[in-house]
Design a protein around this ligand. Structure first.
Ligand code: KG4
Ligand code: ZN
Length: 341
């Protein structure tokens, strides 16, 4: 069965056609990052307007690239939560109109479950149950993926998401938005021990994270150096920051994976593209005998393919949205109830 997946939760207008939950026939991503860069972050109203302008062309291109017509499709999957509400509504309304006019099933997809599904594309043999570390611009959590649409949160951030911390740290270092990939690049030639940055601990919740202290420490380091007229070792600070994020994420993810007992740890979300995180997870999982799954960098950020693939499994589970489907800015992966929409 062919599925058209539509994604518009943040600043990427994306569409993809998949065959089932594992095979991608097309994957079109129209990024708005350049437009938001001069504001130092995503401006929600601009994001919505760009989605409205781009969505028809992006969906058409996804069909063309796949060599498919609307009549070849079996379902339309769309991200309906979580994300920027005005941005989500564009994709939801477009998908609804398409489903209404074609009579195709409309499948509601949770964005974070979509990120997790990027692993199904990269690793055809991977099936639930497994443990998954999700680190994106808006969310950071460890999930027990019990089934394709049945997930339990084992730990999550108490404040900022990892990606948010990357973007804020990048900004104070004078790097443009989105900053994560630029910090990654700058850090390659830096000394990870150049600056001492804090490690958070959440009492009674060993797998929870906190990034706000780390973010503040980077900001304070830069500000106090500039007040004293001292130069910042930018490469060193970027490398120390990457090392601190790794210290925050890797031990919790590996311990959670061990305690689940599945012997499998998957990783998902934009921050999964980080080269330091990837290397640290590879080495730690090898030591602990855990099989690690990390999608290629091209599938870590927001895309339509992950929505089409997750949509396939939600479709198999009988999840359908009616024409009154709404979008939701916040909704945890545990709250997703695609069968009740
Ligand atoms: O998953 P994603 O594309 O969008 C959300 O759902 O939020 O994640 C975007 C986040 C941004 O904060 C971006 O800076 C971060 O992922 N990111 C990275 C890297 N590439 C993207 N963070 C660290 N290292 C990278 N290489
Ligand atoms: Zn995302």
């Amino acid at each position: 069965m062919l599925i058209l997946g539509i994604e518009s939760s943040c600043d990427e207008t994306a569409a993809s056609v998949s065959r089932g939950g594992r095979e991608i026939l097309s994957n079109v991503v129209l990024s708005q990052a350049d437009m938001h860069a001069r504001f130092g972050g995503v401006v929600p109203e601009i994001a919505s307007r760009r989605h409205v302008e781009g969505i028809c062309q992006v969906a058409q291109k996804a069909l063309e690239d796949a060599g498919a017509r609307l009549s070849d499709l079996g379902a339309i999957a769309v991200t309906y939560a979580p994300g920027l509400i005005g941005a989500l509504l564009v994709g939801v309304n477009y998908a609804k109109g398409l489903a209404f006019s074609t009579g195709l099933a409309l499948v509601p997809v949770h964005h974070i479950q979509g990120h997790i599904a990027a692993n199904y594309i990269a690793f055809p043999e991977l099936e639930p149950p497994f443990c998954c570390l999700v680190a994106s611009g808006g969310h950071t959590l460890i999930a027990d993926v019990r089934g394709y649409t049945d997930m339990k949160i084992l730990g999550s951030t108490r404040d900022d998401a990892a990606g948010e911390a990357f973007d804020k740290a990048a900004r104070v270092l004078g790097l443009s938005y989105p900053g994560g990939v630029q910090i990654d690049r700058l850090a390659q030639s830096g000394d990870p021990k150049a600056y001492k940055l804090p490690k958070a601990r959440v009492d009674g919740a060993p797998w929870d994270f906190s990034f706000s202290g780390l973010k503040t420490a980077v900001i304070n380091t830069v500000h106090s150096a500039s007040q004293k007229g001292e130069a910042i070792d930018r490469e060193g600070l970027a490398a120390s920051f990457c090392a601190a994020v790794v210290r925050e994420l890797v031990p919790s993810a590996v311990e959670a994976a061990l305690s689940c007992g599945y012997g499998k740890l998957a990783v998902a979300g934009g921050v999964a593209a980080n080269s330091f995180l990837r290397r640290a997870l590879e080495s730690e999982c090898r030591k602990k005998g855990i099989k690690l799954y990390i999608p290629p960098v091209s599938l870590c950020g927001d895309n339509g393919a992950m929505i089409a693939c997750q949509g396939y499994y939600a479709y198999l589970a009988g999840h359908r949205a009616k024409t009154d489907l709404n979008a939701y800015a916040t909704l945890s992966i545990e709250e997703y109830k695609g069968d009740l929409l």
